[in-house]
Design a protein around this ligand. Structure first.
Ligand code: DGL
Length: 282
């Protein structure tokens, strides 16, 4: 199966669904020159309520698929899967993995009020990775956590603008605002697709923190370690003017419906051919 231009490095990305597109969107601004394979595990979405073992099983099957399809690096564009599975993936496969974690460190260090809010899935908030970040970076900060129950399915069904989404978000964010949070960490890659509504609720004095740009920079440095010739791209200014040809070099896979994946990817990068969206049984 030849999925990509074989001269270029191929980067695999996966998430439980369309959330990881918020990470891919940042990655292609920093590294527009590569091939991308994006897999949305739509059939098994959401991951939040699933057990650690189940998520490790999904992450392993998906990584096998991405490597077989040509990926040499995998971005786990899901906080919940990173928390549950990235250490197992790193032991099992001889390729680099880049993962997500809630941006507690920058939020706590920049907070003036000493209060931050973290919105994430239950799996992420219960995970060791998040807990160790709290111990390391937020021991002097009051951290108000909320599980974003119901938000992932709303984004997955294209209902980001629905009144239900607004009222759920209000109920999660108002306690953070009332207790004086000045930074709100988006600890799930689906939530940046709600950031306009979140900004309306929290107002201009509260900073919304999305770790995706930092993850894209981290990926760029991992790539640079693999291939010294790519240094030139790292020193170049982040491109806001991405070549339409990139749309031809990205394949999108879903274990379920392709519709929302297609709509959202197309909004980020117009001109992706219909045949680049493929349903798979992974
Ligand atoms: N995008 C995933 C994350 O970052 C969503 C988790 C889920 O499917 O519940 O955690």
């Amino acid at each position: 199966m030849t999925l990509t231009n074989s001269n270029k490095l191929t980067i695999g990305i996966f998430d439980s669904g369309v959330g990881g597109l918020s990470v891919w969107r940042e990655i292609i601004r920093v590294l527009p020159q590569y091939n991308y394979l994006y897999l949305a595990d739509t059939l098994y979405c959401p991951y939040g309520p699933r057990s650690r073992d189940e998520i490790i099983g999904r992450a392993t099957s998906i990584t096998d698929f991405l490597i077989t399809s040509g990926a040499s690096i995998v971005v786990v564009a899901c906080n919940t899967a990173t928390s549950a599975a990235i250490s197992t993936l790193r032991k099992r496969y001889n390729i680099p993995f880049v993962g997500m974690e809630p941006a507690v460190k920058p939020a706590a260090s920049l907070s003036k009020s000493g209060v931050i809010g973290v919105l994430a899935t239950k799996g992420t908030l219960d995970g060791d990775l998040y807990q160790s970040n709290l111990d390391k970076y937020a021991s002097d900060t009051k951290v108000i956590e909320r599980v974003g129950e119901g938000l992932v399915p709303l984004v997955e069904s294209g209902k980001a603008d629905d009144p239900v989404t607004l009222s759920l978000l209000r109920s999660y964010l108002e306690p953070m605002i009332e207790q004086g949070a000045d930074h709100i960490v988006l600890g799930c890659t689906h939530y940046p697709f709600l950031s306009e509504i979140i900004a309306k609720i929290v107002g201009a004095d509260i900073t919304i923190v999305d770790p995706a740009p930092a993850v894209a920079r981290r990926l760029a440095s991992v790539v640079a370690e693999l291939n010294i010739n790519d240094q030139i791209f790292l020193t170049r200014k982040v491109s806001d003017n991405i070549s339409p040809e990139l749309a031809l070099r990205t394949k999108f896979f879903s274990t379920g419906s392709l519709q929302v994946l297609n709509d959202m990817a197309e909004r980020i990068l117009p001109g992706i051919p219909e045949e680049n969206f493929i349903q798979v049984n992974v």
